[in-house]
Design a protein around this ligand. Structure first.
Ligand SMILES: Cc1ncc(COP(=O)(O)O)c(C=O)c1O
Length: 390
């Protein structure tokens, strides 16, 4: 019975051209590239923005930390609290907050933080293009939800100023939740305006800076640094170790009582084995490198270079205001064909379809890293142009 239903649904997915399958990212030169601390020049699909996943210093740190074992052996509240507090101190310093808490992934962080904080009678205002993990965290909470049009501050303001609506519903706490940098569009949330609204109306702003950390701000601290905002008690920052840090894991940063509350209430934190100590050691090293190295400025330079190179592409225009390494090349229904063409030509440029993005806005999501060379981006642009001309 179940197998029948599974087969029927799979057939339907295939009929609608929405079937997902793996692409092999194995590169015979990978080990060589690892040794020379360089990423694969034709990989434009990774979130390894600072190329730290192949960083020799991090790899050596991880090797040294293997002496603590291959796994953490338990949840943080049982046997799994090893070097984790040291990482949390590092994250708090990096994010300029009192405290922070590490989860097993960014996904688990959004699920665990949002569902623990947003209760019945609370109101969540969530951006329509927020990441799936935020959506799932909101679904798991018992709060009321309003999905606001992408980056629409006026829409939120109208709700917050609507005394009648707020009185009628007698909401407890109000949360505005947004990606800092939107994962499929590469645009930046209006954090300055949202932060002001939260201070004016006494709401809490939750920023998922998965794609902002290591990317935005001179020191790579993320969206708050980009907008020159100092975190206060109306803002909670979420992050992941899986993108610019090149590892795996997630975290939340904020004031001490918030973190204390999550340690006691956040189910994806409490009931899950903590990250292995070697990952934690690698993560501490990655923050040290981001703080002291020139990885962030290299990435930002590559973003400016790419803006110019892509300006040659027909109908696709990223001006100097484009500040992130995520480039949505929206080709609509031709996207998967284009993605396969690029793959066969040796480029890894994954096509993104519904339901990840809206129907009609299918795209190649190109991501640039600090170790791409200008020639890599030019050759990708040339290959895309050839496809478009044929
Ligand atoms: C905006 C955003 N939040 C959260 C996540 C989940 O992070 P992780 O991959 O660490 O689970 C991702 C990426 O997958 C993301 O793009």
């Amino acid at each position: 019975m179940l197998k029948n239903r599974i087969n029927l649904e799979l057939d339907e997915i295939k009929r609608n051209n929405l079937y997902r399958s793996f692409k092999n990212f194995y590169d015979p030169n990978y080990e060589h590239n690892f040794k020379i601390n360089k990423n694969m020049g034709k990989n434009f699909s990774s979130n390894d923005y600072l190329c730290l996943s192949s960083n020799v210093e991090i790899l050596n740190t991880i090797k040294d930390a293997l002496k603590y074992g291959s796994g953490s052996t338990g949840s943080r509240l049982t046997s799994g609290n090893i070097n984790h507090e040291k990482l949390e101190k590092t994250i708090s310093e990096f994010k300029d907050t009192d405290s922070s808490l590490v989860y097993s992934s960014g996904y688990a962080t959004n699920l665990g933080v949002i569902s623990a904080l947003c209760s019945k009678k609370d109101l969540i205002l969530s951006d329509s293009l927020n990441h799936a993990s935020i959506i799932d965290g909101c679904r798991l909470s018992n709060a009321e939800k309003i999905i606001y049009p992408h980056r629409d501050v006026e829409f939120i303001k109208k709700i917050l100023e609507d005394d009648k609506f707020l009185k009628e519903n007698q909401f407890g706490n109000i949360f505005i939740i947004t990606d800092g940098v939107f994962s499929m569009d590469g645009d930046i949330a209006p954090i300055d305006e949202l932060f002001k609204l939260c201070n004016d109306f006494n709401c809490t702003l939750i920023i998922d800076d998965a794609h902002g950390t290591g990317v935005l701000g001179k020191k790579g601290k993320g969206s708050l640094e980009h907008f020159k905002i100092k975190a206060n008690e109306n803002v909670i920052q979420i992050g992941t170790l899986s993108k610019a840090n090149g590892l795996v894991g997630g975290y939340v940063a904020g004031y001490s009582e918030l973190i204390d509350y999550l340690i006691n209430k956040s189910r994806s934190f409490i009931y899950s084995t903590s990250l292995p100590p070697y990952v934690i050691a690698g993560a501490i090293k990655s923050f040290e490198l981001i703080k002291n190295g020139d990885y962030v400025s290299k990435l930002q330079k590559n973003v400016s270079i790419t803006n110019k190179i892509f300006s040659d592409l027909k109908n696709i225009n990223f001006d100097d205001k484009h500040k992130t390494p995520i480039y949505p090349l929206v080709f609509g229904k031709n996207t998967m064909d284009m993605s396969n063409y690029l793959y066969n030509a040796g480029y890894q440029c994954i096509g993104i379809r519904y339901p990840t993005v809206a129907k009609g806005s299918e795209r190649i999501r190109v991501s640039i890293t600090s170790c791409h060379e200008k020639e890599d981006v030019v050759s990708l642009k040339d290959e895309i142009s050839i496809y478009l001309e044929n």
